[in-house]
Design a protein around this ligand. Structure first.
Ligand SMILES: Nc1ncnc2c1ncn2[C@@H]1O[C@H](COP(=O)(O)OP(=O)(O)OP(=O)(O)O)[C@@H](O)[C@H]1O
Length: 364
């Protein structure tokens, strides 16, 4: 029989000295799942509200070090997680197998929205999340190519009603590109597009997903607005380059989500800095700090500032985006940190924490 050497309040107090770097909240009773202590061994099990397969190892070391002041014997800390579900009644009814939907959008085309979406999805999976990606970028679907899914691959169907998503690099993928052929006209009218996309969303048999990343069609017109209205998203990630024109369109994107009451989880500034592969010279090709200024103006987080890096393009074009092609590279780590921030922000939203400010800008 182990004799209790420490009580729960001592453990909780010790935990409260450590701040979760992604939620910016102190650890405490909520995260303490269990503990066992005798004279020689303290075993603490924490449970986070977002996956932490890679990040959890560092956090466990930090927590163990904190307990050294309290306990002289062997200390073991395990980090587990339980992803919370978006508390929206109609979502669980419509998509019982999907806990959270994250819309990735940009005001302007070509800013790297799809590349960011796929690396976000893969980075979430690396942290242990069950992830799906829906390519809703109907006019330029590229997720299949970036995930290395051979052209012409068709999803299986069940009962002539359900599509089975295609698995690639450990995530589940579905795209309009899997259902059309080269001859299908992509110059669809708005209602056809939003109808097809909604069908794709609700008639795919996702296999128990924590986060479904939706690569939205670029722009802020009627199609996007209708779709944003129909997708019961937990939150949106806005991708922009630091260029004035892209920022202006990104603002429209933020305002579009505001109109349909979808919280903005943060802004990703893409192609922020170019480092010459020959001489190492760093240059802000599209201007400096625009994404952060935009995030500040709207009171949302800057999730990442990604460099303009030839490997990002080459690896995505090659069917293995940076997060899987070169998982220990600096760029992959940046994507990983972005993913953790997105998942932590989702957990805060689901808990009803007000850490993510509501957007208060005028309509004009
Ligand atoms: N950070 C980056 N560094 C280098 N190349 C990048 C980066 N981000 C994206 N790219 C490249 O830029 C091009 C456009 O990216 P992507 O297709 O992701 O943009 P998008 O915003 O989704 O475009 P669209 O509006 O056409 O769907 C691609 O060739 C991609 O590989």
């Amino acid at each position: 029989m182990s004799k209790p050497a420490l009580d729960r309040s001592q453990i909780v107090q010790c935990l409260s000295r450590i701040q979760d770097p992604y939620t910016a909240q102190p650890l405490g009773a909520k995260q303490l799942k269990s503990f066992a202590a005798d004279d020689s061994h303290l075993h603490v099990v924490l449970e986070l509200a977002y996956p932490a397969q890679r990040f959890g190892k560092g956090l466990a070391m930090l927590v163990a070090a904190q307990f050294e002041a309290l306990f002289a014997g062997k200390i073991t800390v395990d980090i587990e997680w339980q992803v919370t579900r978006q508390p929206v009644a109609n979502q669980s009814a419509a998509m019982p197998n999907v806990k959270n939907i994250i819309a990735v959008a940009s005001g302007k085309g070509g800013v790297g929205k799809s590349t960011t979406a796929v690396n976000l999805a893969l980075a979430m999976a690396q942290e242990g999340a069950r992830v799906g990606i829906l390519d809703a970028d109907i006019y330029g679907p590229s997720q299949g190519m970036m995930l290395g899914i051979p052209v012409g691959t068709k999803p299986e169907t069940i009962d002539n009603k359900w599509f089975v998503p295609i698995k690639a690099h450990g995530i589940q993928a579905m795209s309009m590109a899997f259902l059309v052929n080269d001859k299908t006209p992509m110059v669809w009218r708005g209602p056809m597009v939003s109808g097809a996309l909604q069908q794709l969303l609700t008639q795919t048999q996702w296999d128990d997903i924590d986060y479904l990343v939706v690569d939205m069609p670029p722009g802020t017109g009627d199609i996007q607005l209708t779709f944003a209205q129909k997708v019961p998203a937990t939150g949106a990630v806005i991708v922009t380059t630091p260029q004035d024109i892209a920022l202006l369109d990104a603002k429209k994107g933020i305002e579009m989500f505001r109109k349909v009451n979808i919280p903005v989880l943060g802004v990703v500034e893409n192609m922020a800095l170019h480092i010459c592969s020959n001489c190492g010279h760093a240059e802000h090709i599209f201007g400096e700090g625009g994404g952060s200024r935009l995030a500040e103006e709207y009171g949302v987080s800057t999730l990442a500032s990604m460099p303009l890096d030839i490997h990002i393009r080459e690896q995505a074009d090659g069917g293995a985006p940076t997060v899987v092609a070169d998982p220990d590279s600096e760029v992959a780590l940046q994507y990983l940190m972005m993913a953790r921030q997105v998942m932590a922000n989702v957990s805060l939203l689901n808990e009803g924490k007000t850490t993510i400010p509501t957007i208060t800008v005028s309509d004009d």
